[in-house]
Write a protein that binds this ligand. Structure first.
Ligand SMILES: [Zn+2]
Length: 446
């Protein structure tokens, strides 16, 4: 018997799954067979490495078995020169894992010797088998991909949600992953749509929501939710998920989740938004001389009070005064209220009056909204916009009582002012930054 040039230190790997605990498949039985196989080939320099790698009661479905992990570790560190197994399926029952293992062995130049099929150890066959296994793996991956695509398509056809961000107003069922209405958020979404159909802009709606301290869904940047932006509100108003549809490649399709917004309301909001023209409010409006002109009503006769100015020395006294001859009756005598005091009183009362004290058909929530928004305006803005929010100031000198009523659109008006102000602080929109075409050039220059 010739002496081998060099010794090949071989590891023996055995695995026995729980399902088959007969004697022939036990780790010991596999080890004996493998060890005999090595001994029989001693002339080639084969020796057992002296350490056992036995995974008893381990499934072949997974690679993270204790002995397998140890074996891979030792292979990578170069502690063994080759690997002996009884059957190929001892390594793994999963093609994908098996291929990964075989590829690693091959790249590390570590021979794999299979007792039941010794020819597999030869390089030509090895390569062929690897290729076949590789294509099987590839095929399996394709199959999985196709199956996933089929499943997604089938789910969409059935109106089921597949994946993606959960829209505000919904949460997901932990088991089915389908959309479930989030009661509190859904109420808010509904409010957005109701305000929008009343003509509020997304910016105004965002301002109201922020005044109510409603928060958006958490995001990586704002883990506890953030302030609403007009963009986010506009996205909600345009999202067909709220009318019960889902997004598909071919556009919105009926979903299986519960709608938050009735179809008619959703459509009406869409029309309102589509029909909205760019408003052209004049800028740099001067502070009005008479912020409540035409709004003050005489409490005695019920007629509108006129504006009246008395000049005395260097001073100018403004009053709202009952001077009307409407209805053929003479004006009430001595009914006049200093304008500045009345205006300041109204401004103060607008933010501090209890909702109950407004003589108005308005709901409490609306008055509360109005007041929190009103308080966000500067004094100048408040004076400028008194006429936009106040419907009537009723002055009753007999009972020294003043009653206020708000316009129906008061909340939206103030929200709009705040929104406009916040937008003005942001960088100019792209539209106004666009390059001037020659036609835009002012005449008479250059
Ligand atoms: Zn009067």
């Amino acid at each position: 018997m010739s002496t081998p040039d060099c010794l090949l230190s071989l590891a023996i790997y055995t695995r026995q799954s729980l399902a088959h605990d007969d004697e022939f498949s036990s780790c010991d039985a596999q080890f004996e067979i493998c060890h005999e196989f090595i001994t029989a080939n001693r002339s080639k320099g084969w020796v057992w490495c002296g350490r056992r790698y036995d995974d008893a009661g381990q499934s072949g479905e997974r690679l993270d078995r204790p002995a397998m992990s140890q074996l891979l570790d030792d292979l990578r560190r170069g502690h063994v020169d080759g690997l002996v197994v009884h059957r190929l399926d001892r390594l793994s029952r999963k093609l994908i894992d098996l291929t990964a293992l075989l590829t690693e062995l091959r790249t590390r130049n570590i021979p794999l010797l299979i007792v039941t099929d010794p020819t597999l150890g030869t390089s030509a066959t090895d390569t062929l088998v690897l290729n076949i296994l590789g294509s099987f793996t590839e095929f399996e991956r394709e199959m999985i991909r196709d199956r996933l695509a089929d499943t997604r398509a089938a789910m969409k056809r059935k109106g089921l949600r597949v994946a993606g961000k959960v829209p505000y107003g919904y949460t997901t069922d932990p088991h089915t992953k389908q959309l479930v209405v989030h009661r509190q958020q859904a109420k808010r979404v509904k409010a957005f749509f109701e305000w929008a159909v009343e003509g509020q802009t997304p910016a105004a709606i965002a301002a109201i929501a922020n005044a109510r301290r409603w928060l958006t869904n958490p995001s990586p940047k704002k883990p506890s939710g953030g302030r609403w932006t007009p963009r986010q509100v506009a996205d909600i108003l345009a999202n067909p998920v709220y009318r019960g549809q889902i997004h598909t490649a071919n556009g919105p399709a009926p979903g299986t989740h519960e709608a938050i917004i009735p179809v008619e309301l959703f459509e009406r909001v869409r029309e309102v938004i589509a029909g909205r023209r760019v408003s052209t409010t004049p800028r740099g409006k001067a502070v009005l001389a008479w912020p409540l002109r035409g709004l003050v009503v005489c409490g005695r006769c019920g007629r509108t009070m006129s504006t009246s100015v008395i000049h005395h020395r260097h001073f100018r006294y403004r009053h709202y005064r009952c001077r009307s001859h409407a209805g053929g009756r003479p004006p009430c005598k001595g009914i006049a209220v200093p304008a500045h005091e009345l205006e300041q009183w109204v401004i103060r009362e607008l933010s501090s009056l209890s909702p109950d004290q407004f003589r108005l058909p308005q709901r409490r929530q609306e008055v509360t909204d109005f007041q929190s928004l009103w308080a966000m305006l500067s004094e100048k803005e408040q004076i400028e916009n008194l006429a936009a929010v106040v419907e009537q100031v009723r002055f009753d000198p007999a009972r020294s009582k003043i009653q206020l009523s708000l316009r129906a659109g008061a909340v939206g008006a103030v929200a709009g002012i705040i929104a406009k102000r916040e937008q003005a602080r942001e960088p100019e929109p792209r539209r106004s930054r666009r390059k001037r075409s020659p036609a835009d050039k002012p005449l008479g220059t250059g």
